[in-house]
Design a protein. Structure first.
Length: 312
């Protein structure tokens, strides 16, 4: 059986188990293109290693590709489609540090929103108001970019001040409550949007000038321009720079800091934050909580108050 045939079976198998498997499928299709579409049993170890190594340094993506291919070959071996796995036994340590999410300060968030007109000027196909509203929604509601871009007006309940987010990362839908300011912003946005585009409840909430759905590629490209105009950068190469997705990380960290300052019970509230963000478990939320200086300071103050209370 050819490699592409086995890949198709493996992808279908995983989706039947309830997984999206989009990133994994993209890696497997790249693997097919790189090594050729011969019988899976004839693929040699050298070709597999060349695909894993690529042209750059060893990163976490090397490990990701390795795990995807490992799953493919376990599937093939269990079904007699291959007799041996050509994957290397030793996994090298990444030579490039794992990406650390960037937590924007409130001042940087203001600079980003102030720079939206410059980022959307010229022949950019995204309207200024569309991009600004998208940014504020990503931060204010802690949404993933994919979740925000699949929203329709019919999923924005302004009377109940909530969003219905469907087709999330884990195939679950959830209701996301909105704060007063964000509800007001979306109300004004929806009214103006309906004046320029179709008022259909099934149309995209965020769209290009021509009314077609705004893509993740365009949103990320616009954010790179925005980041440059706002001067929100950090040391390192392009791949280390702040991302659009980091608005979601920032929302989580800022919420924790606010809870620390108010003396709230984090053990009670963290599971609620995980539900709000659409995480399947608390460990996923914990990865979002990058230890910023302010978060560390608030945690230290909380521990200091606890220690003083124990002594008195």
């Amino acid at each position: 059986m050819t490699l592409s045939e086995v890949v198709s079976l493996y992808v279908s198998h995983n989706r039947a188990l309830g997984q999206r498997f989009r990133t994994e499928e993209a890696i497997l299709r790249s693997f097919c293109k790189a090594v050729g579409n011969g019988p899976i049993a004839t693929i040699e170890a050298g070709a597999v290693l060349a695909f894993l190594n690529g042209n750059g340094p060893v990163t976490e993506y090397w490990v990701k590709k390795y795990r995807v291919l490992s799953g493919l070959y376990r599937y093939a071996l269990a079904r007699g489609l291959a007799t041996v796995s050509p994957l290397p036994r030793d996994i090298p340590k990444p030579t490039v540090p794992e990406f650390v999410p960037y937590i924007y300060s409130h001042e940087e968030l203001k600079r980003l929103t102030d720079a939206v007109p410059a980022a959307c000027a010229g022949r950019v196909p995204i309207e200024e108001e569309v991009f600004r509203t998208l940014l504020l929604l990503l931060y204010g509601a802690g949404l993933r970019i994919g979740e925000a871009l699949t929203l329709t007006p019919g999923e924005v309940d302004l009377r109940q001040a909530c969003l219905r987010v469907r087709e999330t990362k884990f195939f679950k839908s959830r209701l996301v409550p909105l704060g007063k300011d964000l509800t007001k912003l979306l109300t004004e946005y929806v009214v103006r949007r309906h004046g320029r585009h179709t008022a259909s409840t099934e149309a995209p909430l965020f769209c290009f000038h021509d009314g077609s759905p705004l893509s993740q590629t365009a949103a990320r490209s616009a954010f790179r321009r925005l980041r440059s105009h706002a001067g929100v950068l950090r040391d390192g190469e392009a791949r280390r720079q702040p991302r659009l997705h980091d608005l979601r990380h920032t929302a989580a960290v800022h919420r924790i800091i606010a809870w620390y300052r108010s003396g709230a019970d984090l053990q009670e509230l963290l599971p609620k934050l995980a539900t709000y963000l659409g995480h399947s478990d608390l460990s996923s939320t914990q990865r979002y909580l990058t230890m910023t200086p302010e978060l560390l300071r608030q945690a230290s103050l909380r521990f200091e108050h606890y220690a003083i209370g124990e002594k008195s």
